[in-house]
Design a binder for this molecule. Sequence first.
Ligand code: GRF
Length: 216
Amino acid sequence: MKKRTAILISGRGSNMQSLVAAMHASDFPAEPAIVISNRPEALGLSWAAEQGIPTLAIDHRQYANRMAFEARLHQALLDHGAEIVCLAGFMRLLTGSFVDRWRDRLMNIHPSLLPSFPGLDTHQRALDAGALIVGCTVHFVRTEMDSGPILAQAAIAVLPGDTAESLAARVLEAEHQIYPLALRLVASGGVRVENETAIFDTDVVVPLPLIVPRIG
Ligand code: GRF
């Protein structure tokens, strides 16, 4: 049985698109259940609707507080039979009670090599810090922002002349590869969390290290 997967977005939804594209494969162990945005105007919401995926806008500004917003969100996830929830550019912090209810079934993608550079503006901060290798991380969500057991990471070399924008574009390409990979591994049931570390029961070929001297 394919795992019913909800995707939560706030904007353009390119990661959502990569997840949906992967889920088209007949042997992929997850299928789209619903796409939800806290912003009714999110471009990704109309894209998902055009694909025939159920969509829902839950405008957080219409709710008195986070608890009320999250109660609606939780109910919508239950109504659509969601078993896994993927945050994909979802720009609302979730409270501990929501996160706990979806513990180890709630995933996020972040455009840095966590635990470095949680939060916003990651690419500029990495450049300012002189980082030579940057990347992205898929992780299970915990209450603290951009924290939780790491499921997959991809690394990118910083090249001479890179800007926050050029880095963001290359990291985004990697995001589109690792989020479907992580979802496939989680949905196939081969993940366990021990001491807050996620471990997959699967064989993968790990590539050689990426070695980047400072040039330019
Ligand atoms: C991505 O960079 C993601 O890592 C971050 O927000 C951005 C969302 O982009 N959390 P998109 O909406 O998936 O195109």
